[in-house]
Design a protein around this ligand. Structure first.
Ligand SMILES: Cc1ncc(COP(=O)(O)O)c(C=O)c1O
Length: 357
């Protein structure tokens, strides 16, 4: 790929003090540069560029702004102890990117080109990757429809960009358990909708329920299926796993949840540890019953941002379930350690998951 490169003349200060104090947070700071590339029907992808981070310019009629034709991905680059930069299964994100493109009528991208763009911007701004344990350089590739037109149809032009953000833990709780509210009024997705695509509208529609749950002291909501409000689906930014009688159970990929890269990696690790893993519909009633009978051992979320996040409390209507005494369970802890140590290059990677920049 031909990339025009313009280095900033005004380098920004890196958030070193925040990193040292452990207060980086998630997505609060941005590196000096961004990758940008344009698409038009006649030229295809063109004008790839790494340039100083700056505002994007849109016509106020840009279709992405009005009708939500937008997609993104969520990835991380980890700095190893010997200062190499590692990506985790970037080709899985490239595949999911193209599935999102297809659903949202946006132009797909060659997987190699997608990963190459990621590698280039990570390499260029590698000094921005934080050093402390539990930190990473969060990567945000995104694409927005830019044709200026008020008709509701797919745009002819798009801008693709990647920004990077030195970040710490996603939840202030870190690996400590979070409290989750089981949402029984609002829904996130339904069969035939866009639930499996990583598109902004899915997240915009989730804000109200998340806000109400937050006001009640919960970190996130657990979505139930959109038709019967009976089967558990996923949490705001994580897939969910429940350990009942020692078996890890997670919702199937039926089109309403995001096919998490962490989900599939954790399932593989769990199977290779000899644990039972089931992908199947799991009703909230089955979870409540298992809880009452003392068979709900653990619950945890999986996602790039939080890695593995134990759930210490589930609230469904009037029923409060305190799981594993609000402590991180053994399976969540072991999976977190196994996965993270591969991601940061501390452990061997027998799966070929990590890709060095
Ligand atoms: C809605 C939703 N579900 C699940 C996930 C977890 O996916 P992954 O493991 O690929 O980060 C995410 C995060 O990207 C998400 O936004």
């Amino acid at each position: 790929m031909d990339i025009k490169i313009t280095r900033t003349q005004n380098p920004m200060a890196k958030p070193l003090a925040e990193e040292e104090a452990g207060t980086l947070g998630f997505g609060n700071y941005f590196s000096d540069h961004m990758f940008v590339m344009n698409y038009s029907l006649d030229k295809g992808w063109h004008d790839a560029e790494i340039k100083p981070l700056e505002d994007l310019r849109f016509h106020p009629a840009a279709m992405g702004l009005h009708y939500g034709q937008e997609i993104f991905e969520g990835m991380k680059a980890y700095r190893t102890k010997d200062d190499r930069m590692l990506l985790f299964r970037p080709y899985e994100n490239a595949k999911r990117w193209n599935n999102s493109c297809d659903r949202m009528c946006m132009p797909p991208m060659d997987e190699e080109m997608f990963v190459e763009a990621i590698r280039k911007i990570v390499d260029f701004d590698r000094d921005w990757a934080p050093h402390a344990e539990g930190t990473s350089l969060v990567l945000r590739p995104a694409m927005v429809a830019t044709t200026a037109n008020l008709g509701v149809h797919p745009s002819d032009e798009y801008v693709f960009f990647i920004i990077t953000s030195p970040s710490g833990a996603y939840y202030p709780e870190g690996i400590d358990p979070v409290s989750i509210y089981v949402e029984d009024e609002y829904i996130r997705a339904a069969m035939g909708g866009t639930g499996f695509a990583k598109t902004g509208g899915n997240y915009a529609g989730s804000l109200k329920a998340a806000k109400l749950a937050e006001e009640k002291g919960f970190t996130q909501v657990l979505w139930l299926d959109g038709i019967e409000k009976k089967y558990v689906e996923e949490v705001g930014s994580m897939n969910m796993m429940f350990v009942i009688d020692g078996t890890i159970i997670t919702a199937p990929l039926d089109g309403t949840i995001l096919p998490g890269v962490t989900r599939s990696s954790v399932m593989q690790l769990a199977k290779d540890k000899g644990w039972n893993v089931e992908e199947r519909k799991l009703s909230i009633d089955e979870i409540c019953k298992a809880y009452d009978e003392g068979r709900l051992d653990e619950a945890f979320g999986t996602g790039t941002a939080a890695v593995v996040s134990p759930v210490g409390k589930l609230q469904y209507k009037d029923k409060e379930m305190i799981i594993n005494d609000f402590k991180t369970g053994p399976k969540a802890k072991e999976l977190y350690d196994s996965l993270l140590s591969i991601q940061i290059g501390d452990a061997e990677d027998p799966y070929g998951w990590v890709v060095e920049v």
